[in-house]
Design a protein around this ligand. Structure first.
Ligand code: ZN
Ligand code: ZN
Ligand code: ZN
Length: 342
């Protein structure tokens, strides 16, 4: 995430803010500019998204009573009299705004309601399965309940489970056919992740009957990624977005890691995340990422919290992440070309 400054007083304001806590000037996020702006002068003519109250949405639109760029992607939500569902809906929309910001920031294609839709469903009345099909991402809103999600996390033996993580995983499914651009790319994809034409239902049943292979950490980013090549891509894509977002945040705040010596002795590790990752190779991002994760995990432990990044990245996983990086950069370049050169 980028850092933002109040357009009125220049103090730090956050992506979620409706108002500058220093000077009181109202703030709103303008997706076309990927900027949080002070709503004064010309900007005072902008309108808040119609979901400002129900989804705590601080995104702006240019006409009254309209949904913003992010809220417009939601096709289904709980009914207004489902109070618990509506609270969970607001939490899910907050996570969704963060990830939609990132998709726009990376220049990824098809982030519009004709192609990408979200069904945010409450599972209090009937079971909901989180998943993706034909451009529709279904989210079980009960996953925004911390106690329930933590229980599921322990049942499934996962080191990490968040709403943001669910969204990034399902978006991985959405983007795979869009980012793996041609036959040659699919060949490379299959060499890394396996053949996605493998029977999914059989793989699913096998996964829940037998545990993941004992040595999964040597080849996969998570146990769930072992289930089917589609899931391996989606888990890897989600990790890629975690890494890019966290590196961007660290860079925006000027976080650099110069020690400890035991880590930095290896001169190949650079620890100053750079802004605007641009065309840097994944290997360069990784040189920033690893020391940062060591430091942030140690900081979290000092506060009695779980590790911020409870994962290890084996060499085959790094190869998969590099491939995702290449695909994302290519798609971002294509969408930032001037129209006449397309
Ligand atoms: Zn201010
Ligand atoms: Zn909105
Ligand atoms: Zn999946």
């Amino acid at each position: 995430m980028r850092s933002f400054a109040c357009g009125h007083c220049d103090q730090l304001v956050f992506f979620e803010n409706f108002v500058c806590l220093h000077c009181g000037t109202p703030q709103g996020f303008v997706p076309e500019r990927l900027a949080l702006v002070a709503l004064e002068g010309d900007e005072a003519a902008l309108h808040r998204c119609v979901n400002a109250d129900t989804a705590h949405c601080n995104w702006m639109v240019d006409r009254v009573d309209a949904l913003c760029r992010c809220c417009a992607l939601t096709r289904t939500r709980p009914s207004p009299d489902d109070l618990e569902g509506m609270q969970e809906f607001a939490l899910a929309e907050a996570a969704k705004r963060r990830v939609v910001f990132q998709l726009l920031d990376l220049g990824l294609p098809d982030v519009d309601p004709d192609r990408l839709r979200f069904d945010l469903l409450s599972s209090t009345a009937e079971p909901v399965t989180t998943g993706h099909a034909d451009g529709v991402i279904t989210i079980d809103l009960a996953e925004s309940d911390d106690a329930r999600r933590e229980r599921r996390r322990r049942e499934l033996g996962e080191p990490y489970r968040t709403m943001l993580g669910h969204l990034r995983h399902e978006l991985g499914h959405f983007f795979q056919p869009r980012l793996v651009a041609d036959d040659l790319a699919w060949e490379r994809c299959r060499a890394l992740f396996g053949d996605e034409r493998e029977d999914y239902q059989a793989a699913l049943e096998r996964h829940y009957e037998d545990a993941a292979p004992a040595d999964w950490e040597e080849r996969f980013v998570s146990a769930y990624a072992t289930m089917h090549p589609w899931e391996d891509w989606a888990e890897t894509f989600a990790h890629y977005l975690h890494i890019r977002d966290t590196l961007q945040t660290a860079a925006e705040y000027g976080v650099t890691v110069h020690g400890p010596r035991a880590v930095m002795r290896d001169r190949s590790l650079k620890a100053s995340p750079q802004t605007g990752a641009g065309q840097r190779s994944f290997a360069e991002l990784l040189e920033n990422w690893l020391p940062l994760t060591y430091a942030l995990n140690a900081v979290n432990r000092s506060m009695g919290r779980d590790d911020l990044y409870p994962f290890t990245l084996a060499a085959p996983v790094i190869d998969k992440l590099s491939f995702v990086h290449e695909c994302v950069l290519a798609a971002g370049d294509a969408s930032s070309d001037p129209p006449e050169s397309r």
